[in-house]
Write a protein that binds this ligand. Structure first.
Ligand code: AP5
Ligand code: MG
Length: 194
């Protein structure tokens, strides 16, 4: 089963992806985590994207499309994967459709975590405290830029998938376990259709 989890910064994509990994044996593919690993490893790609990520802007479509295309071919994705933070532009969504078609794979569910923007700063600030500031972009100023990028570049994916009748929405303001239940209901429905 292959799933997309979408939503703005702090919506709970990573939280729910990890729960799904454990519950369903799917692989979480977070482009943000992959890029942060490149930065920690001081690879050429990491050095290239660090300033962009620290500023709250999106890295180029080409970089993340290639990253995901390579990653979903790995053996640990055979049972399925959860895309967390990808696609993030309409060009990425189109490239994903094309690459999945070419690889003979499909998407079982595209789920949007719907949240109030006003709640996101508190979540990000709490995570910054809990992780000892592990993420350079977890601060009020950069969150604002990440939200601007979400609205300008990522939100247009919603009508792209809605137009195809493929998007399901869940209330991302509910408690973590309730969000998990809402997602489970969608996936169990999708599994029956498939
Ligand atoms: P990325 O790492 O994807 O970050 P993001 O989208 O900004 O989202 P977050 O990871 O901050 O939030 P989340 O939705 O995962 O929430 P979480 O579960 O952690 O991207 C970072 C950067 O990488 C981008 O800015 C860009 O530069 C680059 N990038 C990545 N992908 C890209 C792409 N495809 N194209 C181009 N550039 C790309 O939860 C947040 C907090 O809230 C946690 O503390 C959690 O405990 C809490 N929480 C979660 N759920 C709930 C709940 N229901 N109730 C209360 N608290 C909750
Ligand atoms: Mg995340």
């Amino acid at each position: 089963m292959n799933i997309i989890l979408m939503g703005p910064p702090g919506a709970g994509k990573g939280t729910q992806a990890k729960i799904l990994e454990d519950a369903r044996g799917l692989k979480q593919l977070s482009t943000g985590d992959m890029l942060r690993a490149e930065i920690s490893g001081e690879t050429p790609l990491g050095l290239k994207v660090k300033a962009i990520m620290d500023s709250g802007s999106l890295v180029s479509d080409e970089i993340v499309i290639e990253m995901i295309s390579n990653r979903i071919d790995q053996p640990d994705c055979v049972e399925g994967f959860i895309l967390d933070g990808f696609p993030r532009t309409v060009a990425q969504a189109e490239a994903l459709d094309k690459m999945l078609h070419a690889k003979g794979k499909d998407l079982n569910a595209i789920i949007q975590l719907v949240v109030d923007e006003a709640a996101l700063l508190a979540r990000i600030e709490r995570r910054a405290v809990e992780t000892g500031g592990a993420r350079a972009d977890d601060n009020a100023e950069t969150l604002k830029k990440r939200l601007d990028a979400y609205k300008a570049q990522t939100a247009p994916i919603v009508p792209y998938y809605e137009g195809q009748g493929r998007l399901k929405k869940v209330d991302g303001m509910a408690a973590v376990n309730i969000v998990t239940e809402q997602i489970a209901d969608i996936l169990d429905g999708a599994a029956k259709i498939a």
